[in-house]
Write a protein that binds this ligand. Structure first.
Ligand code: ZN
Length: 131
């Protein structure tokens, strides 16, 4: 897996802006390659949750398709905890065979981790940062 450096920078910037609340968005790309991060509003009532705004989800998905990109996954932040799937993340994950990026702001620099959700479990995936 590769993740574009610009996408990682965008995710970290979004996480910092949203803190102490979680941020969320879509991962756009193609198989094996995340090329872009697209912000969405977080409509979760509690700051320690994330729920992607449904209209943003539809709009970003359409924009991506027009540009030949697929929605390959989702990102969100953990403002004060390690970037590993929480119990809530596990119980609310709704997209099998998608990638999940989590950024943790508890360390400096922030830690970014990538997971593949197979419908039951999250499996950490190694990645390299490109361009
Ligand atoms: Zn989480």
């Amino acid at each position: 897996m590769t993740i574009a450096g610009a996408a990682i920078e965008a995710i970290v910037a979004h996480a910092r802006e949203a803190a102490p609340a979680e941020c969320c968005g879509l991962l756009l790309g193609r198989l094996e390659q995340i090329v872009e991060a697209a912000r969405t509003r977080n409509i979760a009532a509690r700051p320690t949750r994330f729920e992607i705004d449904p209209q943003d989800h539809i709009d970003r998905r359409r924009d991506a398709r027009v540009r030949g990109l697929d929605v390959v996954g989702f990102y969100h932040s953990h403002p004060a905890s390690p970037p590993v799937p929480s119990e809530t993340d596990r119980s609310e994950a709704a997209y099998p065979n998608h990638l999940y990026v989590i950024v943790g702001l508890a360390s400096e620099p922030p830690e970014v981790r990538l997971f593949f959700f197979d419908g039951r479990n999250f499996r950490e995936e190694p990645f390299v940062t490109s361009g």
